[in-house]
Ligand binder design. Structure first.
Ligand SMILES: NC(=O)c1ccc[n+]([C@@H]2O[C@H](COP(=O)([O-])OP(=O)(O)OC[C@H]3O[C@@H](n4cnc5c(N)ncnc54)[C@H](O)[C@@H]3O)[C@@H](O)[C@H]2O)c1
Length: 343
């Protein structure tokens, strides 16, 4: 088997290394809009570099991993499924709902296989939280709190094409809210602040955002996100029910200090970023894609799942821009597509 990976930046390099370690993944063909970057990584991993993205499709591969900047995702996914190739695409599929829906229709019409990169589905803490909720151990949930805090903002070039904090960052939290609770978001109210680094005002983005989500069973969820959490990388989900409450992402590296005299000591080695915190989850999601390509496993996150999370992000963006509560029914619905293969 040969896998073509397009986009060898931060996350693409990480995925390429995971695939290079995977005995079942075969060989790797790497491409990037900056061919020198792909060549350097290929050298490091003992893989082959393509002179341009074109060769990934003309030299012959069995599957494609799309890990380039978000604005390239939709076109490359469509190209892969038109060529009959299973494709893994980093989140989000596109920066807006309309383009994402168009991609999903194409995937469905072609009978394509698409896995989207929501790696928290592979994190041990989130998986246990899901099992506890689904088993009834927490009782009826009344409150869920999620947070994603990055220690430092990405560069302005990244922000310009990212789709903004809700679509780029908190979309992971929204995926977890659906996946862990098994319930859908019906309405949102969101707000944001761009009081931090000037690059946020220049790009029309926010550095910090908060959303209140209402689920279809009445559970209330708060989701907060920031790009400027000096203490470190902090991703958590707290689920509180009538019987018990649990927290995913709370361990001895969580970067928060208790002010209580008897409280736990502060983390001596706080998490520094997503690649470190979620390394095993990224590795497991790529291994799941390899199994999916080989016909040995189910699709852990198909395009419809990705779109459901993006719809929540889209509603939050609309809410914060218009300063009002937004019902999900105001947004285009997910298309009534036949079952997606591998789903
Ligand atoms: N799942 C996660 O946790 C996670 C984490 C980080 C990034 N991401 C997603 O991964 C994608 C890449 O993010 P990153 O942080 O690696 O960005 P990055 O800026 O570090 O790297 C992007 C790379 O894509 C290349 N590129 C841009 N457009 C291209 C195109 N059309 N064809 C080929 N190459 C192209 C750039 O030259 C660069 O090397 C984004 O969509 C982002 O949302 C997901």
């Amino acid at each position: 088997m040969r896998i073509g990976l397009i986009g060898t930046g931060r996350i693409g390099s990480f995925h390429a290394a995971a695939l290079a370690r995977n005995q079942d993944a075969g060989s790797l063909l790497l491409a990037d809009a900056d061919p020198a970057r792909a060549a350097r990584l290929a050298d490091r991993l003992g893989a082959t570099a393509a002179p341009s993205v074109e060769q990934v499709f003309t030299w012959g591969v069995d599957a494609v991993v799309v890990s380039c900047a978000t604005e390239g995702h939709a076109e490359l996914v469509v190209r892969a499924v038109r060529g009959g190739l299973p494709v893994f695409c980093e989140k989000p599929l596109a920066t807006d709902l309309g383009r994402s829906l168009a991609v999903l229709r194409e995937v469905s019409a072609r009978g394509g296989v698409l896995q989207v990169g929501f790696m928290r589905r592979f994190d041990a803490g989130y998986r246990t939280a899901r099992e506890l909720v689904r088993s009834g151990a927490l009782g009826r949930l009344h409150t869920v709190r999620t947070m994603t805090a990055d220690p430092a903002p990405p560069p302005a070039e990244y922000l310009r094409t990212s789709g903004g904090l809700f679509r780029d960052c908190l979309v992971h939290d929204f995926d977890m809210v659906r996946w862990v609770t098994g319930h859908e978001v019906t309405e949102v109210y969101a707000a944001g602040s761009d009081a931090g680094a000037v690059r946020f005002r220049e790009t029309g983005d926010i550095d910090t955002g908060a959303a209140l989500l209402l689920l279809d069973d009445g559970t209330l969820v708060t989701s907060t996100g920031t790009r400027c959490n000096g203490a470190g990388y902090d991703v958590r989900m707290e689920l509180a029910g009538e019987l018990d409450q649990v927290s995913a992402g709370l361990d001895d590296r969580t970067p928060i200090a208790s002010t209580e005299p008897q409280g736990p000591p502060p983390a001596s080695k706080p998490w520094t970023g997503f690649l470190e915190r979620f390394a095993p989850a990224y590795e497991a999601e790529l291994a799941a894609f390899v199994r999916l390509v080989r016909g040995e496993g189910a699709n852990p996150c198909d395009g419809r799942e990705a779109l459901a999370a993006l719809r929540v992000a889209e509603a939050c963006e609309l809410s914060r821009r218009e300063g009002r509560r937004v019902r999900l029914t105001e947004l285009p619905d997910l298309p009534d597509l036949p079952d997606l293969p591998g789903g």
